[in-house]
Design a protein around this ligand. Sequence first.
Ligand SMILES: NC(=O)c1ccc[n+]([C@@H]2O[C@H](COP(=O)([O-])OP(=O)(O)OC[C@H]3O[C@@H](n4cnc5c(N)ncnc54)[C@H](O)[C@@H]3O)[C@@H](O)[C@H]2O)c1
Ligand SMILES: O=C(O)C(=O)C[C@]1(C(=O)O)C=C[C@@H](O)C=C1
Length: 362
Amino acid sequence: MTTISIFGVGLIGGSLALCFKGKPDITVIGHSNNPTSVENMVKRRIVDEGTTSMQAAAEAADIIFLCVPVGALETYLERLKQFSLKKGCLITDVGSTKLSVVQCAEKLRFKDAYFIGGHPMAGSERSGMEAASSHLFENAFYVLTPGTDTPVAEVERLAKLLAYTQAQIIRVDAREHDDIVGAISHLPHMIAVALVNQIRTYNESNELYKNLAAGGFRDITRIASSDPFIWRDILINNRTVLLKLLDDWDQQISVFRELLEKEDAEGIEKQFEVAGTFRKQVPDRRKGMLTPLYDIYADIPDHPGMIGQIATLLGKHRLNLSNLQIIESRLDVPGVLRLSFRDQETADRASALLSEQFSIHV
Ligand SMILES: NC(=O)c1ccc[n+]([C@@H]2O[C@H](COP(=O)([O-])OP(=O)(O)OC[C@H]3O[C@@H](n4cnc5c(N)ncnc54)[C@H](O)[C@@H]3O)[C@@H](O)[C@H]2O)c1
Ligand SMILES: O=C(O)C(=O)C[C@]1(C(=O)O)C=C[C@@H](O)C=C1
């Protein structure tokens, strides 16, 4: 029997618990200092057992997941060091930054226990155990940052357990992780928040800003709704990297400023072209799909019954639709429909059929 103890049963801790719970020979224990949270995690069947005793959860565990905010990770490691952990206990975390926690674990020198840094590259702007889902990590990368002296067998033991998340495990150096994740996750969160706050101040004198905000604004700002406490810790922890990234950001924005000042139409086109080409190469790792999907985008007139007609037509031609999403739909403006198929051939046939039958631009 493997006992997994999870400290911090929120969005990420709760999602991991749901991935492991009910699997053969696994018991999941959830810890919180708050008795009501312990009651809730058991009542919601996120964990098998819950406790407010950090020592009880730690000493019962074969594997420990620290799923608390980045700013609390070092304190949790220091407390674990004071307990009599099981021999061979594996400790890992899910923090969005890796260097500081890895260095802290190295300094603590656990006896008969191993620490391997971890970071699932999946999440949400929501937080708390209510937002947890067993599908959260499907298809995502799950970064592990073992130290040079971590036994390979321990990394494999953790990777084997993480197979239940259906994520793809990747090993990355902790410093490199913080550089890269700073750029692709932490910087975008700061930009989203700054942008929303800029518009918020305009909106104070004219509510039309908020009311006219549509797909573009929503797409780039979803993550501005992320948890303030979680993000305060991440940004402060990775501040050295982020300050350098902000210098580069200033430079990118000043390129636009210059293009506008010079009315350089070609230069602006070029910016969109190169960005679009790179953006297309970024893999779409939507959760809940185990094989890649092939998408087509259709401009559809926004009138009742159109989606039904499209689905019926595809069905009649035995073109199996795997997913369907309305990207934007407003009165008098064409909606964009994303249709996803299991293979390129089906996507191409659907595309040809829709253009032919409905004169839809695909
Ligand atoms: N949210 C994401 O998208 C995401 C993705 C990957 C990794 N992470 C990382 O996962 C960890 C948990 O984030 P989350 O999104 O699950 O947050 P969350 O707020 O949903 O969960 C955090 C949990 O930690 C508990 N906690 C324990 N000690 C705490 C303390 N000292 N201060 C505050 N809360 C404490 C909270 O009660 C809560 O249950 C963070 O380290 C975060 O960087 C988050
Ligand atoms: O999808 C989101 O809402 C996220 O914020 C997920 C996201 C990200 O920036 O991609 C956020 C923090 C994590 O540490 C990893 C993933």
